[in-house]
Write a protein that binds this ligand. Sequence first.
Ligand SMILES: [Mn+2]
Length: 424
Amino acid sequence: MRIEQSRIDDINQSLLAEHQRHFEFQSSVIPQAESIIQKLIDFQVAIPSWALGTGGTRFGRFSIGGEPGNLEEKIEDVGLLHKLNKTSGAISLHIPWDIPKNASHIKALAAEHGLKFDAMNSNTFQDQADQKHSYKFGSLQNVKKEIRQQAIDHNIEVINYGKELGSDSLTVWLSDGSNFPGQLNFRKAFQHTLEGLEAIYKELPSDWKMFVEYKAFEPNFYSMTVGDWGQSLLYATKLGPKAYTLVDLGHHLPNANIEQIVSLLLMEGKLGGFHFNDSKYGDDDLTVGSMRPYQLFLIFRELVEGMDARGMSHAKDLGWMIDASHNIKDPLEDLIQSVEAIMVAYAQALMVDDKQLDDAREANDVVTAQEIMQKAFRTDVRSIVAEARRRSGAAINPLATYRALKVRETLVNERGASNKATGL
Ligand SMILES: [Mn+2]
């Protein structure tokens, strides 16, 4: 399915008068509205290929119908999203779920939809049908050299696919760890993992980055060999300047102060990528901003301030990606909601007056400092975000437009009601 621009324009026309009432008011009370809009227009969030189908659970999986059954259809889905919001201009692939059999064809198809290839993701947390050695007891940490080598070779293969597609980064997330005390020698597991990452790092093209993603628990429940930002930073520091820590919101122990983690990683020049999602108890399965929008805003505030302090481009210098899975929603609707939550938090973060906040801090005026943060968070910036979309040619209201255009119904008609997306 492709969405004609004229259909978006028609729906926008019917929403325009109401949108303009909101926008005129908000832009009159937000002095930096125009500069915020330009930053919103430039900002793109990559969509992971595995978030396009229903999944995200080791229990039941309930297909929504019309799920993309191959890489071409996944690109088509992200193209639909990007058409609606002009903010989802990149796709992140997962090998072996999305092996591009004909890279130039895949590249051309993505370009037709205005999409780039974001970070490539390797997979050593499952055994594939044709795989020689099992990762049951870990991949890069494994006590067996031949298993570690197999995991290294796989990551190099992923880099090679990425080179063909024009990607420029590799995300390594390892499920390695242990389930029971005594199972693992922590130092040996670390050293093996470091050696493996070094072997992969050596194969990175000169303009590539490697992101070392951490996760506090699951699938291992006693220890994770890359379990927190300290361990990830240790690997990234030992590896060298092309290696960075990747922060996934859902990969922390409950109530972790993620905004502080982000701030310090940025200070050290070691924050490379970011995975958005949300959770109440743990893990990464819920729609961005659905549980803790204030936390999301506080994180964005540190991202914006920390990037500005280093003269970094918000749009280009970090890898922004959604990483979530959905079990009961239409995945495309969920992604529309997630991108909207990201843009709202970003716009609010851009509203904070650095000078005022700094003055309050220097005066130890705790009350004013808190007021400045909450004022930005409580400002309704949705019409500012919508205006940025409208100026990009996207939908003023992507969710309403998605429903009005009957996108899911069309995809079910085209692809069938029962096909399931490959991946999680
Ligand atoms: Mn992630």
